[in-house]
Ligand binder design. Structure first.
Ligand code: SAH
Ligand code: SF4
Ligand code: F3S
Length: 448
């Protein structure tokens, strides 16, 4: 029997990208608004929202094992909602395969959760995978209305969806078409986050640099205009944005990197592969050269910028020589950090049925070589930063007693020991660099 009582406690578990983390926070606020409270750590929740990711097969399969794990010893389950990109892509299949799931809600429909909970506790199994992105944001409660505090480093989704249709990728199907949230709504939300304690805001979008809107004076602006305006909020110290597409990179955004102090010297710009033939088959619509050109311009505007990217190895038809082109590109760029993945065929995408699917052992060998090269550069970047003085935003306690963890402007994880508090912006000297992190010594706290 599914639960018939309106739940009193919830837990939201988010997987996948930062946009899912953002959505998870908004769902939590929405549930709190209904009087449902967060289940304490370790305690069972009456309602569990699994906010899922469909990007690779492993991520998508995880949802079924997670649902299984929610089953209690007596055979009952909490009220379960599957949200996020797996819900969007495989909603009907989830309903068939997992009878314990009462609600399936897509990334553009979760504002309807309260209504769905009422229907589900009335005995129905409900699915909503409609896609009107604007309706969702308009219908959600304003950020931090219930007085909750924000983390020092907060996320703000400014753009959703993707029109690029890279041949390997599910995102255009799970998140829908590109939509920019209106300027006024974003300025308001940023101010609310800052009032609630945020010192850093990361602007999020699947193609965040495609964001466009009209400012208060009716002028059409791009992401650089939005960044410049957010930089005027006095208590906001840092701005970041992710993820960008090489083809939507404007001269204005490049210039902003040289001119806006609060815009952090870090750029995540995925390339995926170094071979132009592979890039074309991926429908990436940029070449290795045009990508490198963008990086060159950004580096000219902001010489100390730390670069990051995403790679896929073993795309169908990728030859040994074409994989070498990826390694050559890595050698040229010298990334500060990167994500790299084995190609995973996704149902419904063009690449899944392409000829020349690459054998698993070849993919394993390629990813190991790529990750060795990326690891070498990441360690070198961290070691090269030793001796620099910079600011660190303290985000949380470290694992060791007295230890704190924060981020450098270049998005390195920085560890140090001193008398500070979460949310402090401190000045440190970087003293030791490793693969994953950098150690530091506190020079002087910066007035909040
Ligand atoms: N919008 C961003 C990020 C999309 S998803 C962009 O355009 O780059 C994040 C990363 O997952 C992608 O950059 C890509 O490297 C990886 N990815 C996407 N689909 C994949 C697939 N089918 N197999 C393996 N990796 C994939
Ligand atoms: Fe996926 Fe390509 Fe869109 Fe990025 S740009 S979300 S990889 S389709
Ligand atoms: Fe995953 Fe959806 Fe994000 S597929 S990466 S949660 S947009």
């Amino acid at each position: 029997m599914p639960p018939t009582q309106i739940p009193q406690t919830y837990r939201v578990k988010s997987f996948g990208c930062q946009m899912n983390v953002y959505d998870g926070e908004r769902m939590a606020e929405l549930l709190a608004e209904q009087g449902i409270t967060a289940a304490p750590d370790g305690a069972e929740a009456d309602l569990v929202v699994l906010n899922t990711c469909h990007i690779r097969e492993k991520a998508a399969e995880k949802v079924y094992s997670d649902i299984g794990r929610l089953r209690r010893a007596d055979g009952s389950s909490p009220l379960i909602a599957v949200a996020g990109c797996v819900a969007q892509a495989e909603g009907d299949e989830i309903m068939k395969r997992a009878p314990a799931v009462q609600m399936v809600v897509g990334p553009q429909a979760y504002h309807r959760l309260p209504e769905m909970i009422r229907e589900a506790t009335g005995g129905k199994r409900v699915t909503d995978t409609d896609m009107p992105a604007q309706t969702k944001f308009g219908a959600l409660p304003a950020r931090n209305r219930d007085g909750r505090r924000s983390a020092p480093a907060a996320f703000l989704t400014v753009q959703e969806g993707c029109d690029k249709f890279c041949t390997y990728c599910v995102v255009p199907y799970t998140r829908g078409a590109e939509v920019s949230r209106p300027h006024a709504e974003l300025i308001d939300e940023a101010k609310r986050l800052v009032d609630a304690g945020a010192r850093e805001i990361s602007l999020l979008g699947q193609n965040v640099n495609a964001w466009t809107g009209e400012d208060a004076r009716g002028r059409t602006i791009g992401l650089d205009g939005l960044i410049r305006e957010l930089a005027e909020i006095p208590e906001l110290a840092r701005i970041r944005y992710t993820t960008s597409h090489p083809n939507d990179f404007t001269e204005g955004l490049i210039a902003a990197h040289g001119e806006v102090d609060k815009l952090m010297p870090f750029l995540h710009l995925p390339v995926q592969a170094g071979s132009d033939r592979v890039l074309k088959a991926m429908n990436r619509s940029h070449t290795a050269e045009s990508y490198l050109k963008v990086l060159e311009k950004v580096r000219a505007a902001r010489p100390d910028i730390a670069l990051s990217g995403d790679f896929i190895v073993g795309f169908p038809g990728e030859s040994d020589a074409e994989f070498e082109d990826t390694l050559a590109l890595v050698d040229t760029v010298r990334y500060a950090q990167c994500f790299s993945f084995k190609y995973s065929p996704r149902p419904g995408t063009p690449a899944a049925t392409m000829d020349g699917q690459v054998p698993a052992e070849v993919m394993t060998e390629r990813i190991m070589r790529l990750q060795a090269a990326l690891g070498r550069d990441q360690t070198a970047f961290n070691k090269a930063s030793v001796g620099k003085t910079c600011q660190v935003l303290v985000e949380r306690k470290g694992k060791l007693p007295g230890q704190w963890l924060g981020k450098s402007p270049w998005l390195q994880s920085v560890y140090f020991e001193d008398d500070v508090a979460v949310g402090d912006m401190v000045t440190v000297e970087l003293t030791e660099g490793g693969y994953n992190a950098v150690s530091a010594r506190l020079l002087s706290p910066v007035a909040a």
